[in-house]
Write a protein that binds this ligand. Structure first.
Ligand SMILES: [Zn+2]
Length: 273
């Protein structure tokens, strides 16, 4: 009898302690789903002249972003950059998609890209744009410094999936000039995640510095950076060759592996390996 009373008291205490949180959760969820009250100024921007794309109208929608990770205290603000994406998509649908709907609806049924592209996340080195490729032709993964790491589950999965299921025929590791990752590595910047991530590229710098004289002019500095960027491509191809799925596919003649380098100043994509 005494244990039943004790159990009842425990349950009562739990209910009392959890109830306010549950109510708060319901309230904040309701707030998140509540209609956005248009800020007159923001509304004018989204429905009027597009400030980032002069001459184009806005989307008519309020674009919001939560400014806090806590939904209870988050305020909604407009993102012009996100609106620019949506506006750009409208342009794509109007000028590209809707002019060749059969092609794009065919892509909706599946993909069969011939190439896996392992590139840098740099915003200036878009694979499709710089190779005049179309959607469906290149399977893409990009990271800071186009690094093929020995402890990157994401890349392991991408490589395995693209070889075993998409049946890609070629894998390209692509570096580029003016690479921020190489600059960060060279400057030995200290960041919690960036620094250890770049460890897998440091050997490229070591190799180049071992064969080059210390640069003395801006031109020589630039040449050294280019050499490290290109050496990093070779290094990452070497890393890729250690992936079991890659080794097996190469041994069986199912794929080829290559290294490429994109020069931002000339727009030229050239073969390193
Ligand atoms: Zn880069």
């Amino acid at each position: 009898m005494r244990s039943n009373v004790f159990l009842a008291m425990v349950i009562l205490v739990l209910v009392i302690s959890l109830l306010p949180g549950a109510i708060a959760g319901i309230t904040s969820a309701a707030d998140l789903n509540a209609p956005v009250t248009p800020d007159p100024q923001l509304f004018a921007i989204s429905t009027g002249e597009n400030m980032l794309l002069p001459g184009l109208p806005g989307t008519g929608n309020i674009i919001t972003a939560y400014t806090s990770t806590d939904p209870a205290t988050a305020t909604k603000t407009k993102s012009l950059l996100v609106e620019q994406l949506l506006q750009g998509n409208e342009e794509f649908r109007k000028n590209v998609f809707n002019k060749d709907p059969e092609r794009y609806q065919g892509l909706a049924q599946g993909q069969s890209p011939g190439i896996l592209w392992i590139g840098c996340s740099d915003s200036r080195a878009d694979p499709e744009r710089i190779t005049s490729s179309s959607p469906g032709e290149i399977f893409v993964t990009r990271n800071v410094g186009n690094i093929v790491s020995s402890h990157d589950w994401s890349l392991f999965a991408v490589v395995e999936y693209s070889i075993n299921y998409l049946k890609v025929e070629e894998i390209v590791v692509v570096g580029h000039s003016d690479c921020g990752a190489i600059k960060a590595m060279d400057a030995d910047l200290q960041d919690p995640y960036l620094t250890p991530w770049l460890n897998d590229a440091r050997e490229a710098k070591t190799r180049v510095d071992a064969r080059m004289l210390t640069p003395e002019t801006p031109e020589e500095e630039k040449e050294r950076s280019h050499q490290i960027e290109r050496e990093n491509v070779r290094l990452q191809v070497e890393h890729l060759m250690t992936y079991p799925s890659v080794r097996l596919a190469i041994d069986e003649g199912r794929i080829g592996v290559h290294g490429l380098y994109y020069d931002l100043e000339t727009g030229s994509l050239s073969q390193v390996i």
